[in-house]
Design a protein around this ligand. Sequence first.
Ligand code: NAP
Length: 233
Amino acid sequence: MTDTKNKVAVVTGANRGIGFEIARQLGFKGYTVYACGRDENSLNQSVGMLTGEGHRVFPVVLDVRDPESIKSMREKLSDDEVRIDALVNNAAVLVDRNKSILELSRSEVMETLETNTIAPLMVTQALSDLLSEGSRVVMVSSTSGKFCAELEYWAPIYATSKTALNAITRQMAPELAKRNISINAVHPGWVKTDMGGDGAQKDVPKGAETPVWLATDVEETGKFWSDKKEISW
Ligand code: NAP
């Protein structure tokens, strides 16, 4: 069994939903987790629950849309002399459910692309030199971003943001491979969170399972996964 005692993970959007559960499952695997969230109260509450379960988890305030916030998160980790073994870019928004692409406001488009696409790139860039050799980066994506014949139209800018996130994953893979770092995109499934809504079929722990597996166990890189199987882009 791999020794995970001194391993460190960073998870964005870890105060609720799938991100919270990813932090918890990494805690169960023995990782020290830097749990990032933009709302300090909500974050402290969630981290309190995880430390109460015995996990080693530290809160880091991070609004992924704010470059200054990314900078101070990086400074905190760097001050702590952290070497990162797993980075999970999980934070995202869905603001255009059932809207027409012809009617989206500029602010809906910008909020979605900044949070879901640009932020994972900027966070990964900012932490890139703190990633240890052999570490793993996970981009939490969605099959709504699949660029294929069955293109989904129910949330047009959310879907577009995930298509672009998948492209960024592919673009980053060869660069990170030079340092033996893997990066993969993952669809967690349709999961019962605030974003997934009432109709979702998958429990949150099951939704977190494949992202955690990619963050801890998988050596392949530049691929798209769901339920621990590779899927097409
Ligand atoms: P969720 O319950 O809505 O949680 C979203 C998380 O992202 C929250 O922690 C939220 O923080 C955080 N976040 C949003 N904007 C942020 C910002 N600017 N800075 C920092 N944090 C921010 O969503 P979820 O269902 O857990 O989704 C997690 C991931 O899975 C996302 O990437 C999503 O696209 C993907 N996904 C989910 C489903 C599903 O069915 N649930 C399906 C496919 C893919 P606040 O609490 O501060 O808002």
